[in-house]
Design a protein. Structure first.
Ligand code: SAM
Ligand code: SF4
Length: 403
């Protein structure tokens, strides 16, 4: 329809929050009681910097308000308090952050509110207070159910404390997820199967087993470089990945993403699904990443990593951003491919046009014949074999079309 001078012009209805794309909120709390030798997240040793921590919590609230001015009234689906160790937050600060997010962005249903927690007795003792503060899903960093492994991983809790924390969490929160780390040196697939089975009996609805990654710049990275120990070879690690799938499938946990298994659809992490589906998310707190559609352009943002720099950024600009990059259509499509292929639901082929990929593309046919991908109702999905070699599959697809 073209507008002629006689066409009555009516104002467009104001978008309702439910029409706008949903938004998730990630809050990064960087402090940890001690720094684990494998971890390369943006973390700071907690030395009781009370005043700076109070300022940081205040800056996070201001940053949320700054983001709300940019996003408008979007439907809030999830708040995720991650870290670092957000279970070290005073519960009343967590309540203020959750309350700010849920007041700023309207909701039209229950919002998933996740807290990452370390399983020490001290933290488990505050789970009820976190539940009262609005947390309804706990992600517990169990990491291992083996004393020697916990010592090797530099953890500050025992197996008994971990199990106790899981029991307390199960009673305090409607939803519980457990993080575990496997492919530790000397670990056999059989020992891992037994440990994983024990974890499935702790009453969690969601389990995230991560393969130990040796990161540069960590104590483990230095130890491996010096030859102090070697991680399992790729074949053993692959066998442990296969063990993970077998044990968890047999126990009713579906691998809805490469490292995330849930007992039924309702148990899936709505927050992580927002990442994998390419939805917008706000990231606040030191070093937090965000993805926002600003004036129709997918934009990657990252907050200043050091707490002092983050405080300064928020003071000066009402946003903690240190970096902001408008993604090209190709970059955004690459990200969609990378994220989508990790999941059972895959990614809509229509979203991959900027990569030169469409039905009938020779590369899709080639990888399909190799049994690594399949097309289902216009969606591109990695098969179980494809998920084993996902780096190769995504590399081949991103370089296929020339785009
Ligand atoms: C950022 S940590 C926060 C959780 C919490 N502070 C804790 O340690 O329990 C999130 C999860 O990432 C996993 N993780 C961190 N570094 C890892 C590494 N190098 N290899 C494998 N998993 C890792 C751990 O399972 C951890 O629970
Ligand atoms: S694994 Fe958790 S507790 Fe350990 S340093 Fe990383 S964020 Fe902190």
């Amino acid at each position: 329809m073209t507008l002629s001078p006689r066409t009555p012009v009516r104002p467009l209805p104001r978008p309702r929050s439910s029409d706008a794309p949903p938004v998730a909120v990630y809050v990064h709390w960087p402090y940890c009681a001690r720094i684990c030798p494998y971890c390369d997240f943006n973390v700071v040793r907690d030395r009781g910097q009370g005043e700076q921590q109070a300022l940081l919590a205040g800056a996070i609230l201001a940053d949320l308000q700054g983001h709300r001015s940019l996003t408008g009234p979007r439907r809030l689906v999830s708040v995720y308090l991650g870290g670092g160790t957000p279970s070290l937050l005073p519960p009343e600060w967590a309540e203020a952050i959750i309350g700010m997010a849920t007041n700023l962005w309207p909701t039209d249903g229950p919002v998933e509110v996740t807290l990452e927690a370390n399983p020490t007795d001290a933290e488990a003792g505050r789970f009820a207070a976190f539940a009262a503060a609005g947390v309804n899903r706990l992600s517990l960093g169990l990491q291992a159910l083996d004393e020697e492994a916990l010592r090797f991983l530099g953890r500050n809790h025992t197996v008994k404390e971990g199990v106790r924390a899981a029991m307390i969490a199960r009673a305090a929160f409607p939803r519980l997820s457990l993080d575990l780390i496997y492919a530790r040196p000397g670990q056999t697939p059989w020992a891992w199967a037994a440990e994983l089975e024990a974890a499935t009996s702790l009453g969690a609805e969601h389990i995230s087993p991560y393969q130990l990654t040796i990161e540069d710049g960590t104590a483990f990275g230095r130890a491996v470089r010096r030859g102090q120990w070697t991680p399992p070879d790729p074949d053993t690690a692959a066998a442990m990945f296969a063990t993970t799938q077998e044990v968890l499938t047999a126990r009713g946990f579906e691998a809805y993403e490469v490292s995330n298994h849930a007992r039924g659809e309702g148990a899936r992490s709505r927050h992580n699904l927002a990442y994998w589906r390419g939805h917008d998310y706000v990231g606040v707190g030191p070093g937090a990443h965000g993805r926002l559609t600003l004036n129709g352009v997918r934009t990657a943002v990252r907050a200043a990593a050091r707490p002092a720099d983050y405080l300064r950024e928020v003071r000066e600009s009402e946003l903690g951003w240190a970096e902001r990059e408008a993604l090209s259509e190709r970059q955004a499509a690459e990200e969609r491919l990378l994220m989508g292929l990790r999941t059972l639901e895959g990614v809509a082929l229509a979203e991959l046009r900027p990569l030169g990929l469409e039905r009938g593309s020779p590369k899709l046919a080639e990888l399909g014949e190799a049994g690594l991908i399949r097309l289902d109702d216009g969606r591109l999905i990695a098969t179980a074999d494809g998920r084993l070699v996902l780096d190769r599959v995504t590399l081949e697809l991103t370089t296929a079309g020339g785009g």
